[in-house]
Design a protein around this ligand. Structure first.
Ligand code: GDP
Ligand code: MG
Length: 151
């Protein structure tokens, strides 16, 4: 029994159920790719437990990307992210933060979201939290607890 308990403890650590924040960015929304992108996420094992469409204000976009405030692309990024509506989602699953980043991929990895739906380094279709800590902050940035569901 102790061995089983130990195994379960290790397994729950290795495959922790997590939540992460996803944003389908204005370029992908404009290209009518909400459905296909959500399919990539769901097919990759992530469950959509919260979702809403929002048009970010300049203040919100600046705050969300504050970590990049000293970068040359910051002003452009804020302008892009406020250029049209976005779809924000909370995704849940084993190791959701890392799994989401794998599904997002990069322009050079065919079959990933950024390769298949991105246009360039800025207009890259989606955002995904880069750590469990940031995921918690980013989820709280957009969603109240009662807007996130269990099923
Ligand atoms: P991510 O975590 O993979 O989304 O990438 P970063 O945190 O480094 O950057 C945030 C976002 O800024 C990216 O998703 C892009 O939309 C944009 N971005 C990153 N690098 C550049 C760049 O060199 N030029 C421009 N114009 N935008 C960039
Ligand atoms: Mg980032």
């Amino acid at each position: 029994m102790r061995i089983i308990a130990l195994f379960l403890a290790i397994a729950s650590f290795a495959f922790a159920e997590e939540q992460t924040l996803s944003i389908i960015k204005p370029d992908a929304v404009e290209h009518h790719k909400i459905g296909e992108i959500t399919e990539y996420l769901e097919n990759g094992g992530l469950k959509v437990v919260a979702t809403k469409m929002v048009r970010l204000t300049t203040e919100q976009a600046k705050a969300f990307y504050a970590v990049h405030k000293d970068k040359a692309f910051y002003a452009d990024l804020v302008k892009f992210m406020t250029s049209g509506p976005v779809l924000v989602q909370v995704l849940e699953g084993s190791d959701a933060v890392a799994v989401n980043r794998q599904i997002i991929g990069s322009a050079s990895e065919p079959g990933t979201i950024r390769a298949d739906f991105g246009t360039d380094v800025q207009r890259n279709a989606v955002h995904g939290s880069d750590s469990v800590d940031n995921a918690k902050k980013e989820i709280a940035f957009f969603f109240k607890t009662e807007e996130i569901f269990s099923y």
